[in-house]
Design a protein around this ligand. Structure first.
Ligand code: NAP
Length: 246
């Protein structure tokens, strides 16, 4: 049985990806931020994954911290025996126009959104190399492709993920490891629920399909990218935005 490790999987897009990959037949490692509320939600996600007849366990780690990731990766490997797919999904926002953005809010977003991807890929790639196969999907954003006012920290982190994805695809291609990114647009999740109605309406004006995406519509593309159907796809960024960029 193949195993998928999804970071930040206690809610939103990550939880949805976990359930979709469980449905696809992967055993699931559900990473959650080390807090009681995240743990509680992760337990429920793992339970929903098990309903598909696969194994699922939760793993607490702040993925911005290398030592946390090291302990988690070892523990996932010990529990399941392999790590076949890695989905770097954990992310935060701390939005403000640059003139008002605090340095610590810049650093925090870079640490969680960008450094975590380095931490996880550095630790999981050796495991995948030994297995002689592996699939990595990094969750970027349209903000990383086109920029977004009020998100200089977030768009920097998400643009960096694209460069990292292409680099790792080139470094590890010969080892039969693929590395791709998805760039979601405006998706219904707790992250976007907090936006004002006015901002939501303004955003939708730019979307060809004139609606928000659903987390399931991100999960289905990730499902493809970690499947054998995508065996010759690497170093790519797939925008999932309902036609935002046209
Ligand atoms: P979400 O509902 O806030 O979920 C993000 C998850 O990551 C949360 O469970 C969060 O835990 C976890 N997390 C945050 N920091 C972490 C850390 N240091 N270690 C481990 N886990 C951590 O957001 P979402 O909308 O599902 O977003 C998922 C991914 O998609 C993110 O990378 C986001 O940038 C990206 N994305 C989202 C949209 C969108 O429209 N929603 C669009 C483009 C890209 P806490 O709740 O404790 O913080």
């Amino acid at each position: 049985m193949a195993t998928a490790l999804i970071t930040g999987a206690s809610q939103g897009i990550g939880a949805c990806i976990a359930k979709r990959l469980a449905k696809d037949g992967f055993d699931i490692a559900v990473n959650h931020y080390p807090s009681d509320s995240d743990r509680e939600k992760a337990v429920a996600v793992a339970e929903e994954c098990r309903a598909f007849g696969v194994k699922a366990e939760i793993f607490s780690a702040d993925v911005s911290k290398f030592a946390d990731c090291e302990t988690m990766v070892k523990s996932v490997k010990d529990t399941f025996g392999s790590i076949d797919a890695l989905v770097n999904n954990a992310g935060i926002t701390k939005d403000n126009l640059m003139a008002r953005m605090k340095e610590e809010d810049y650093d925090a977003v870079i640490a969680v959104n960008q450094k975590s991807v380095f931490n996880m890929m550095k630790l999981v790639c050796p495991v995948m190399m030994k297995q002689k196969k592996g699939k990595i999907v990094n969750v970027s954003s349209v903000a990383g492709l086109y920029g977004n006012p009020g998100q200089v920290n977030y768009s920097a982190s998400k643009a960096a993920i694209i460069g990292m994805t292409k680099t790792i695809a080139k470094e590890y291609g010969r080892k039969n490891i693929t590395c791709n990114a998805v760039a979601p647009g405006f998706i219904h999740t707790p992250m976007t629920d907090v936006l004002s109605d006015e901002l939501k309406a303004k955003m939708l004006d730019a979307v060809a399909l004139r609606r928000y995406g659903e987390p399931e519509e991100i999960a289905s593309v990730v499902s493809f990218l970690v499947s054998e159907d995508a065996s010759y796809v690497t170093g790519q960024v797939i925008e999932i935005s309902g036609g935002l960029s046209m």
